[in-house]
Design a protein. Structure first.
Length: 422
């Protein structure tokens, strides 16, 4: 056999075997770890993963060798909830929140999402692409190799389509120039908040999204998922049901922002509609957790937004794991409530504030996140046949990823077997 790439001398190989499904409950706590491991990669895919002593004879002189120098190797991080494309920033609101203003007060004064909407509408597609490349690069340098990215800062046909085209270009431009970048999974989030032009005409905007925008986006294959923000300052349960049913009829997967600020805002709807994910869930109760478990909905937990909003109510991750849910961790990267691009920081927050073990956090940030986007058979673990997205960390033990909080641990990042950071 002539392997095009072999990784040798791995101190600790964390393979996170998926077994054809996301890891739930107690399975989250048990990683598949191979000491003194190795990977054999050919044409961007993993041919074998195992002990170096067992695999070294299969590597011929034709293969190039990368020495991990005894360090820890894990799958690349999979960030399953981001708002990647936007113009400008909201640093002024950051300062307002420090002075005591709440998320809802800022939104009511015309800030928040609507501030970013105005800036994003005014930006050209190329300007948005430049900004998105910068955000993407931040994430990639920190070890993220797959990114779910939402629209939602347009709230009109032209800008929502513009954002989704930027996401398509991000996906296409790497291969076009012979390079690799993070895989982008696009999501339509036109149901983010009511735009000012539709103030007092909520029903008309919901119908526009459901009857006009979703069919156009689906026909153009600009999104794989549709999301809706269910909250008092966004959309009601019934409005979200209308949007998400329309998306399901057009073949889009479903995600929903739910129960961020109070119970009863969307999580039960996620179970009712069989959504892929219910995201946030800071205020979800035990009964609804049971419904999510029964329906097979994956919770996407976003500790970065709790931290940045200076709230104390983190999602009840421990109860979810104990109930058998396949939880996911993500950054919620956005210009307002979570300007955080770091998945390693999410691991630290999940362990310190949500009671997860380092093994549970890493599982939630890789294989489970991949399954939440329908990619569990392709990425998220280091198994035979999967794309070779992996990280060579500076450390020798995966627990250090969460333990050294916000440390500048810069992994070597590989996407489809190609090193993309140096």
């Amino acid at each position: 056999m002539g392997a095009s790439l072999a990784i040798v001398n791995i101190g600790q190989l964390v393979t996170l075997a998926g077994s054809g499904r996301p890891r739930v409950g107690r399975e989250l706590r048990d990683l598949v770890i191979i000491e003194n491991g190795a990977l054999i990669i050919d044409n961007g895919r993993i041919v074998s993963a195992g002990a170096y002593g067992d695999l070294r004879a299969r590597v011929t002189d034709a293969g190039s060798v990368i020495d991990a120098e005894g360090r820890c190797v894990t799958p690349g991080f999979v960030d399953a909830h981001t708002h990647l494309v936007f113009a400008g920033n909201r640093a002024a609101e950051f300062e307002q929140r420090i002075a005591g203003a709440t998320y809802q007060q800022i939104a009511a004064a015309g800030g928040g999402i609507l501030r970013t909407v105005a800036l994003t509408r005014a930006a050209s597609e190329d300007e948005l692409l430049t900004a998105a490349r910068r955000h993407c690069d931040w994430m990639m340098r920190l070890g993220t190799t797959t990114i779910e990215a939402k629209s939602g800062y347009g709230l009109d046909r032209e800008t929502e389509l513009k954002i989704l085209r930027v996401l398509r270009r991000l996906n296409e431009e790497g291969p076009a120039r012979g390079a690799c970048g993070p895989r982008i999974v696009p999501t339509l989030l036109a149901a983010h908040t009511i735009p000012p032009a539709f103030a007092g005409r909520r029903g008309e905007y919901v119908r526009f999204v459901a009857d006009e925008l979703i069919p156009e986006v689906a026909a153009a294959k600009l999104a794989r998922f549709c999301d809706a923000f269910c909250d008092d300052h966004a959309f009601t349960v019934d409005e979200c049901r209308t949007v998400l049913r329309a998306a399901r009829e057009r073949g889009l997967g479903l995600r929903i922002h739910a129960e961020q600020f109070r119970p009863g805002t969307g999580a039960a709807l996620a179970a009712e509609l069989g959504a892929a994910t219910a995201d946030h869930l800071e205020t979800v109760d035990d009964a609804t957790i049971a419904r999510l478990c029964e329906a097979g909905v994956q919770p996407v937990l976003l500790p970065g937004s709790v931290f940045c909003l200076r709230r104390m109510e983190y999602p009840p991750a421990r109860a979810m794991v104990d109930a058998g849910l396949a939880i996911v961790l993500a950054t919620d990267f956005n210009p307002g409530s979570s300007p955080v691009a770091s998945m390693p920081f999410m691991l630290s927050l999940a362990c310190l504030q949500m009671g997860l073990t380092p093994a549970e956090a890493l599982t939630a940030a890789t294989i489970n996140a991949a399954y939440s986007m329908g990619l569990g058979g392709e990425i998220g673990s280091l198994e035979t046949g999967k794309q070779a997205d992996f990280l060579i960390h500076e450390c020798g033990d995966y627990r250090e990823l969460a333990y050294f909080v916000a440390a500048p641990l810069r992994p070597r990042v590989f996407i489809a077997g190609n090193e993309v950071t140096r």
